[in-house]
Design a protein. Sequence first.
Lengths: 325, 419
Amino acid sequence: MIKDSQLYLVTGGAGFIGCNLVRRLVALGKKIRIFDNFSTGKRENLRNLHRKIEIIEGDLRDLALVMEATKKVKIIFHEAALPSISRSVIAPNTTNDVNITGTLNLLQAARANGVKRLIYASSSSVYGNSPKLPKDEKMATNPISPYAVSKLAGEGYCQAFHHIYGLETVILRYFNIFGPYQDPASEYSGVIAKFINAFLDNAPLTVYGDGEQSRDFTYVDDVVEANLTAASCSSDNSGEIFNVARGKMVTLNQMIEILKALFKQNPKVIYTAPRPGDVRHSLAEVSKLKERLNFLAKASFAEGLKKTVQWYESKRRTIEDSRLP
Amino acid sequence: MRKEKRIVIIGLDGVPYRLLKGLAEKSVMPNTGSIIKEGIFRKLQSSIPEVSSVAWSSVITGANPGEHGIFGFMDLAPGTYRLRFPNFNDLKKPPFWNKIKGKSVIINVPSTYPVKELNGIHISGFISPRVEKSVYPATLLPELKELDYRVDVDSSKAHKSLELFLADLDKTLKARIRTFRWLWEEDWEIFMLVFTGTDRLMHFLWDAYEDKNHRYHQDFLSHFRQIDEVIGEVKSKISNQDSLIMLSDHGFEHLDKDIYINHLLRREGFLKLQDVREPTWSNIDHPTKAFALDPARIYLNLKNKYPRGAVEPEDKEGILRDLRSLFNSLEVDNKKVIRDVYRKEEIYSGLLLEQAPDLVLIGNKGFNLKATLKANKLADKGIFTGKHTQDDAFLLVKGYNITNVRENPTVSDVVDIMK
Ligand SMILES: NC(=O)c1ccc[n+]([C@@H]2O[C@H](COP(=O)([O-])OP(=O)(O)OC[C@H]3O[C@@H](n4cnc5c(N)ncnc54)[C@H](O)[C@@H]3O)[C@@H](O)[C@H]2O)c1
Ligand SMILES: [Zn+2]
């Protein structure tokens, strides 16, 4: 069980998933340290938290600083990464340095400082474009972008540190996560943020392809809970890989229908050519998560979407209010 | 080669006719003063209601709200009580820049977010909640960031400290001027720039204008002095073939009392909320006959129009009559609060008349009408010292087209001057 005096480190705590996790930990009254270089993460994501958490601004590539940041830490949630496929295609070395060397630095420092466990944020992209659905953890991986390679390499290092040095590591393969604080530019579920913003702007929606492509969209609160579960589960799960998703598919057209009903708006939907390289469907097998960790995603897609819409609406209102005298 | 007959439009949000006249005469705004001498200087009627989103929408389309569809800063999404901010996508008439052949540079016109493709450059004005959709073409974004461009002063600062507010206001103005200089060098036929800090300044510091001993009197004047320098630059850069149009979208005056219209409607039994602890429009209860949206637009809670609509068509006229007499008899401090009660048919025309408020109120001198549901008294005095006025915006035109200026112009007449 998690004890309250323990110090938690969240790398990438200023990012989308990281800041949701941090907010949950704060609500639980935990002691939290964040390590982030604010490259893709935003300071405003940590608004109103500064007095409740410790923030170390630093880069994972800086081993000395990572050493410093892991002192006295019991549990690490490793969310920091450059999470963009296209960026990794343009500049693979940087992605390699941050996602692989950075993860290795963190593991080294964790071992040196006697950290008990590290939960690693991996990605469904390690499965690549094999047509088999749903994806289960035993499937052969087939990374096709430098990003996917880097996330898979991080998994490999986590397992190696478990086997060789006895550092407890749990690997979570996230599918398409969405929710509050998501950057609309995100390649995973940015489409949700983009559509919500289009509804708020009363603008037409652009869909690449026929809109029948599907994803296993998962609400961020469920990912946060999965992380907490991974942090407190028995040590038998060290070195294990778990898909984190709802295990259900939603098409873009279904999503648009739900949004129309939520907003009571009927925007124009423009269908354009599909984007080259987009996978048509993605779906997770979630039975391992259920059987070994007794974990099931709680939020239905519609519930998660509703909460996300409310968050974007209230964020919009705050800006609007500040701009009106 | 420089094109002939270019048009420059400079907007000064909220600046009243007599304030501009006064500052020009007192040589705070000497360049404006000399244009007044050469050109035509008139009072301009604002829109009804007299708010920027409505007025500027009329300025750029030449249409009235019944045609362009913008009736206020906020509206309820059709068939709901959900508040939303109408934007450029809701504007149902094209802006003038879509109708000319040449290139336009359009900077900071309120309510033109999100930007759309055009022949030229467009930076939208407030409220522009997201930068990504505030600039066309988006390739200008990095340079604007470099110039430290921002849509608007953060008004919430004024609630903390006027000092902070003034600093932010000045930063915003200077960045806007840098951006004006940069984009002036582009190739264009129409260049439109709106200064919106003026409105914010007058809301918070109208008293600093009126009172020469006010500690921020000089700051107030300095803001206008900087704008006048830009006007001087423009004047020196345009030729006699060109035309300069300066205007404001509404006027301003001293604010004595804020008057909360929804409080009045609740007190008199026209408006009922489901839960008074959560005073929002989405909480409007079934027996409601009428409610208000800012600043003082009155909507009947019609059956079949709203989820908890209660007013039957046959009761409409009776309720409107009751409301009219309620508003006409309203007095605060022994003064009549409301100057005019307009029915929508009197002030609007066009295909969107259906969406218009049933009544629109204009306050008497000093009374600032508001629709917030949160107020727990009828009249109060908040942080603002200035308020909008409807009948004394200004229009100042110099150039080939002064003969196009009407005798008693309104905001919808401005596009005709460009012809
Ligand atoms: N969002 C998804 O749907 C999704 C899906 C699969 C996997 N993931 C993984 O989840 C994790 C979090 O993703 P996210 O969507 O929150 O992305 P994000 O970009 O919002 O968060 C990443 C955070 O890491 C920080 N960071 C980046 N480089 C750093 C460095 N060199 N040193 C220190 N901090 C650095 C960033 O500033 C940011 O705060 C990532 O590891 C990502 O690969 C996300
Ligand atoms: Zn104003």
